[in-house]
Write a protein that binds this ligand. Structure first.
Ligand SMILES: Nc1nc2c(c(=O)[nH]1)N[C@@H](CN(C=O)c1ccc(C(=O)N[C@@H](CCC(=O)O)C(=O)O)cc1)CN2
Length: 293
């Protein structure tokens, strides 16, 4: 990230462009040519070709363009022309935009607390618009942080209505985070936030899918536990993985020991995934992601 500041560019002049298209020679030249046309200075560029013999090309540019907001429409018009020529899918964002998050929780607070801390510290450039929970345990946490808290109880019989109520309360946000929210969400919920719904699963996927992975890990006698942040799909814990981490345990670890050690892994993994997402560093390619960290 370009370091804005007294000697750096104005934050409002920093833009990001993410591009995906069929891979062929000349793409980088064409894109950098457009940047040059507008007098934009490319400050960071990362790219990936899925197959050297011709697959999918993915690129992420950071650039500085004086008066970006006022020239955005003109730049988007030019990129639209280029996209037609190269069959590109593209996304342009202004680094000064602070994405809004809705965070869904149940009873455990460590992941929510991590997000609140990182927003307050300025490490996560986003704003938590609301917290939604099927329990009231974490209402004091949200209130202490000045974040609206919505209690939406869920029972097997009322799951559909509860989800509709939650979505109505959330409204339009940039990203929804399931921060140890212990409810399986519907396909409709997933489709409302395509590639904008992130879950933290408390195991090193694909191991131990489901609601109680630490018990399953203990029963299996693992020597490593872990956490996985992934985009949410209707299939449980099977969405594209964004970030993972593991921690060592041994024969002395109880299930509670695993939960305690795992909490520190979960909070780090989820916060890193959300940070990369809001910085436009994660691109979904089929069942996997490309992360331009
Ligand atoms: N559609 C999806 N929904 C959710 C996913 C997902 O990948 N796709 N991840 C889960 C999180 N999770 C594990 O990380 C998880 C949460 C809950 C359950 C579960 O069986 N819940 C029961 C109710 C349990 C209860 O009431 O205490 C259920 O929903 O019927 C499994 C895995 C979040 N949602």
């Amino acid at each position: 990230m370009v370091a804005p500041g007294p000697n750096g560019p104005r934050f409002t002049d920093v833009g990001r462009l993410v591009v995906r298209c069929p891979d062929r020679p000349g793409i980088v030249h064409a894109l950098s040519g457009v940047m040059t046309e507008f007098g934009a200075n490319i400050t960071d560029s990362q790219q990936h070709s899925s197959d050297p013999s011709g697959g999918i090309f993915t690129l992420r540019l950071e650039f500085v363009l004086a008066g970006l907001a006022g020239r955005r429409a003109e730049l988007e018009k030019r990129l639209t022309v280029l996209a037609g020529e190269w069959r590109m899918v593209w996304r342009l964002t202004e680094a000064s935009h602070r994405p809004t998050l809705a965070v869904f929780v149940s009873r455990t607070d460590h992941v929510l607390q991590e997000l609140i801390y990182r927003v307050r510290a300025g490490d996560l450039r986003a704003d938590i618009a609301c917290v939604v929970s099927n329990h009231r345990d974490l209402e004091p946490v949200a209130q202490a942080a000045g974040i609206p808290f919505h209690h939406v109880p869920v029972t097997p019989e009322t799951k559909g209505e509860a989800e509709a109520r939650a979505l109505e309360l959330v409204g339009e946000v940039d990203l929804v985070v399931l921060a140890r929210y212990m409810q399986i969400v519907s396909a409709d919920f997933c489709n409302r936030f395509p590639e904008r719904l992130i879950n933290i699963h408390h195991s090193f996927l694909p191991a131990f899918v489901g609601a109680n992975p630490y018990q399953a890990a203990h029963d299996r006698g693992v020597k490593l536990i872990g956490a996985t942040a992934h985009y949410v799909t209707p299939e449980l814990d099977a969405g594209p993985i964004i970030e993972q981490e593991v921690a060592r345990v041994d024969h002395r670890a109880t299930v509670e020991d695993m939960r305690r050690v795992g909490r520190y892994v979960e909070r780090q993994v989820l916060a890193q995934a959300v940070t990369w997402h809001v910085e436009d560093r994660v691109i979904v390619e089929g069942p996997r992601t490309i992360v331009f960290a």
